[in-house]
Design a protein around this ligand. Structure first.
Ligand code: FAD
Ligand code: HEM
Length: 370
């Protein structure tokens, strides 16, 4: 560990236990000194549990190897354009952060700690500002109209939007979006189709019980509503040079990017076998199985295995996705795409490691904040 990283970690332990109070102080400081900044943040800040502060502290503490973080920070800076953040704001946030740390660490705070946080924050802010500046030819976000909205099963919706300006992306990517029912709350969703000539994009969303944005997207969104879409991100994309067969493992709405990849494959694939394992708790949640079955009937290289984990009468495969995938192996020579909730992704990655699938052949996205 470098001296800088050690100083950052050591000093954080001084305030760690008072995190919640430190967060309240930080935001109060920020908004009192710059009241206009309040409008950049969600109406109910408690919903977010201090996202920005947590994110800044995490980033500062990972500053050990800034070059490695370079791409991430530039992308984060570009992405901050959707919050209407400008380069002057970085000093204000940095100032509020330093003030909060000094106040809560009290007499234990040293000039070395101060310097370490200022240096680390400065490096990060500079990279984010550069990222935002190099993206000026793109809009900070795209306006898109909801064309169709369909409820599937208990708590899933499939909807289609059309961006008003061209939005380029690759099959398998995701973007964050904001809807008018939850202003200034941005959440990430995967595009469920490969790019189309008419520019339309499908999304598959599951409403989490107490989830703010997902519930609104499933239960309130309707045709004619406008959304804001931020720039696409993510690297769970197809490598056209690979000739290996493919296994896709999708849990619930983790099917969205997998479907996009399948759609791309239908445009050029003739030679690679593609196996899709689509899992959910019960048959009601296999919300897009009909469409997958239609694709499998049309493309001989595609096979689809639906799996239910909590539906004892289900006539198909039963069990957890990772167990069923393992049963169908061996898979050492395949490319893998895995997407779904964090625990499903975690168990599947563990199983693939046990099955000796080289990690470089596995691409995945977990539906959880990084
Ligand atoms: C790269 C990526 C791609 C994604 N793509 C998709 C996608 O295509 N489709 C999709 O549906 N989602 C997707 N997600 C998840 C999505 O971004 C949101 O996290 C999700 O919709 C919840 O947002 P929310 O505002 O409704 O919930 P929030 O209000 O943010 O609350 C979510 C948090 O509350 C807790 N929570 C609340 N209710 C429940 C519940 N019933 N069960 C479990 N935990 C709960 C959890 O701790 C969770 O972290 C993706 C996430 C990532 C990171
Ligand atoms: C070191 C500098 C910074 C880092 C590492 C950082 C990091 C992050 C991250 C990771 C998120 C969550 C992203 C998301 O939910 O999509 C976030 C959210 C946010 N950031 Fe930053 N940020 C920084 C500086 C700033 C500055 C200067 C501002 C301007 C005021 C700002 C405003 C916001 C806002 C408004 C949000 C959304 C907050 C919310 O939803 O509660 N950030 N930041």
């Amino acid at each position: 560990m470098s001296d800088l990283a050690r100083l950052l970690k050591e000093s954080w332990t001084l305030v760690e236990e008072q995190q919640d109070r430190l967060a309240s102080y930080f935001y109060a400081k920020l908004f009192l000194s710059n009241p206009q900044l309040r409008d950049l943040f969600p109406v109910q800040m408690d919903v977010q549990r201090a996202r920005l502060l947590n994110a800044v502290v995490t980033a500062v503490q990972s500053v050990d190897d800034p070059e490695r973080l370079n791409e991430y920070l530039r992308a984060l800076g570009r992405d901050h354009r959707k919050f209407h953040v400008s380069s002057e704001h970085y000093d204000v946030v940095g100032g509020a952060l330093m003030d909060s740390l000094r106040t809560f660490a009290g007499e234990y705070w040293t000039p070395e700690f101060d310097q370490a946080w200022r240096d680390a924050y400065g490096v990060i802010a500079e990279k984010m500002i550069t990222g935002a500046e190099t993206d000026r030819d793109q809009p900070p976000y795209w306006h898109a109209e909801v064309l169709q909205h369909e409820r599937r099963g208990r708590d899933i919706a499939v909807f289609t939007v059309r961006p008003l300006q061209e939005l380029l992306f690759r099959a398998g990517q995701y973007l964050s979006l904001e809807c008018r029912y939850q202003p200034r709350l941005w959440r990430t969703y995967s595009m469920a189709n490969a790019p189309r000539k008419d520019g339309t994009i499908d999304f598959h969303v599951r409403a989490l019980g107490a989830g703010w944005v997902s519930s609104a997207l499933v239960r309130r969104l309707k045709a004619g509503d406008m959304l804001r879409l931020a720039a696409p991100m993510g690297s769970m994309t197809l490598d056209r040079r690979s000739t290996r067969d493919i296994v896709c493992v999708a849990g619930g709405t983790g099917l969205a990017p997998i479907k996009a990849l399948l759609e791309e494959l239908t445009r050029y694939n003739r030679t690679r076998w593609v196996h899709v394992f689509f899992g959910s708790r019960d048959r009601d949640d296999l919300y897009d199985l009909e469409c997958l079955n239609r694709l499998a009937a049309r493309y001989p290289w595609l096979s689809v295995v639906p799996v239910c984990s909590e539906d004892p009468d289900y006539p198909g495969e039963q069990g957890n996705l990772n167990e069923v995938v393992a049963r169908y192996g061996p898979w050492q020579n395949h490319d893998f795409f895995v997407c779904g909730g964090p625990s499903m992704v975690r168990t599947t990655l563990r199983t693939l490691a046990e099955l000796q699938v080289p990690p470089a052949r596995v691409r995945y996205d977990a539906f959880a904040e990084s």
